[in-house]
Ligand binder design. Structure first.
Ligand code: RP5
Length: 151
């Protein structure tokens, strides 16, 4: 991997299984990414430092997967002008509705695009669509993907 365009973050190693669909989908689209496990609640200073330097290195989109009182997407959006796509992850107790509401109910001025509970594949597709606005090669791969969806 050379220059990551997408940063795939998650709050815990326990999120990795669900977030694997995001990274495998980015691989399928040949989109460079990097994966980090940083909790917004357990390690806020590390998260802040990472988000601030990621843009300087050329990251264009963040994907943030987290469960429970899921603050990760909102915390990233508070720190950057880059687009943030959040994936609510289903824990055992409330089935992911807790994380969904935490992510989707952002205050005015700080948007976070939120996909379905455990919808990490769609997060990767949306990130790819954002990148395709300025990259014809990625756009061509999306066109083929869309055409194949209907077959
Ligand atoms: C969230 O709490 C994480 O994103 C994870 O989904 C959930 C549980 O984390 P662990 O206690 O399994 O580390 O912050």
């Amino acid at each position: 991997m050379s220059q990551p365009l997408v940063a795939v973050l998650m709050g815990s190693t326990s999120d990795e299984e669900i977030m694997e669909k995001a990274t495998s989908t980015l691989k399928d689209f040949d989109v460079e990414y990097e994966k980090k496990i940083i909790s917004a609640h357990r390690n806020p200073k590390k998260l802040s430092a990472y988000v601030n330097e990621a843009k300087e290195r050329g990251v264009k989109v963040f994907i943030a997967g987290a469960g429970k009182a899921a603050h990760l997407g909102g915390a990233i959006a508070a720190l950057t002008t880059l687009p943030v796509i959040a994936v609510p992850i289903a824990g055992n107790d409330l089935g992911g509705l807790d994380a969904l509401l935490s992510m989707v109910q952002m205050p005015s001025g700080v948007p976070v695009a939120t996909v379905a509970i455990n919808g990490s594949k769609n997060a990767a597709i949306l990130a790819t669509q954002i990148l395709a606005l300025g990259d014809d090669a990625i756009d061509n791969r999306l066109e083929k993907f869309k055409a194949d969806l209907g077959r």
